[in-house]
Design a protein around this ligand. Structure first.
Ligand SMILES: Nc1nc2c(c(=O)[nH]1)N[C@@H](CN(C=O)c1ccc(C(=O)N[C@@H](CCC(=O)O)C(=O)O)cc1)CN2
Length: 281
């Protein structure tokens, strides 16, 4: 039996269609939402993702402000770019593309952002709001994962979820999101220190693989019928290799393609945060 495809591209298209209508309504009120991106360096993946984000903006009518800095940019130069976007009336929301070059202090830069313009939901104030379970812009990939599961009717309430990877953009934030009262899942957050990963994944109704290790999740690690979301992106010989091995398709009940699964949802939910911030103006 083959798993049902959790089609992120198709679901993102529906979200973007709704956003297009909302952007048109904002423009009628004289408000043009504008997404700013700060990209430091020439990481090939980051270049692709940022270009995709601006293509999506054009598609739904959001204005684009792109700030590209060299890999040698200093902390003060990135801070100056942040200060400019904080002050710019054209920019209603923005992101700092991650990861940043190692010489930069990521936390200090995220903290410098205006939390009201944080389109990624990664500012400590907004993550703190998520911890407190009060309204905040949600981190894009975790939010996209929840909406994708809901779109395909995969039960979240009461589900055992194994999240593999504790990074802030996905694993750690997803754990917070899924354990809110509205989601009510039971989450095991697995990481490189986890003793017996397979014991946790085999118990899970939902597995989210976000470790960045190609084919980490093999078929024997998946409970038959489980939903498996592949967030991992490793570039092997120019092709995307996910964290989930292809034979998982024969065991899982639901599976995201990669590409075409979680990535497009991440981008759609970024636009959604920008529109929501503009609607609050
Ligand atoms: N500031 C942020 N940085 C990063 C985030 C984030 O949410 N905020 N997440 C990841 C990367 N990411 C977003 O920037 C991202 C990853 C993948 C995609 C995507 O559309 N993928 C396509 C394939 C594109 C390709 O590589 O050819 C797909 O899955 O179909 C978009 C955004 C790290 N950084």
């Amino acid at each position: 039996m083959s798993a049902v495809k959790l089609d992120g591209k198709a679901t993102a298209a529906k979200i973007k269609a709704d956003l297009t209508t909302r952007v048109a309504a904002l423009r009628e009120r004289g408000i043009t939402p504008g997404l700013g991106t700060i990209l430091v360096g020439d990481d090939p993946g980051s270049q692709i993702y940022v270009a995709g984000k601006h293509r999506d903006c054009a598609e739904v009518g959001i204005a684009s402000i792109r700030v590209d800095l060299p890999a040698t940019a200093t902390q003060a130069e990135v801070e100056a770019a942040i200060d400019e976007l904080n002050a710019s009336p054209e920019c209603t929301g923005y992101i700092v593309q991650l990861p940043l070059p190692k010489h930069l202090d990521t936390m200090a830069l995220l903290e410098r952002m205006d939390p009201a313009k944080d389109a990624d939901g990664l500012h400590p104030v907004n993550l703190g709001r998520l911890v407190h379970m009060v309204e905040a812009p949600l981190p894009c990939t975790p939010h996209g994962i929840v909406l994708l599961l809901q779109e395909y009717g995969v039960p979240i309430k009461g589900a055992e979820v194994a999240v593999v990877g504790r990074g802030i953009t996905v694993g750690r934030s997803l754990g917070l999101l899924l354990t809110r009262r509205s989601e009510n899942a039971t989450v095991t957050l697995c990481h490189t220190g986890t003793q017996d990963l397979a014991a946790h994944t085999r118990r899970a109704d939902i597995i989210v693989a976000a470790a960045g290790v190609p084919e980490l999740i093999s078929a024997d690690m998946v409970k038959p019928g489980a939903a498996v979301l592949d967030v991992g992106v490793s570039r092997v010989e120019g092709k995307i290799a996910g964290d989930v091995s292809p034979e998982v398709e024969e065991v899982a009940g639901f599976l995201t393609p990669n590409p075409g699964g979680v990535g497009p949802m991440t981008r759609a939910l970024l636009l959604s945060n920008v529109v929501e911030a503009a609607e609050r103006l």
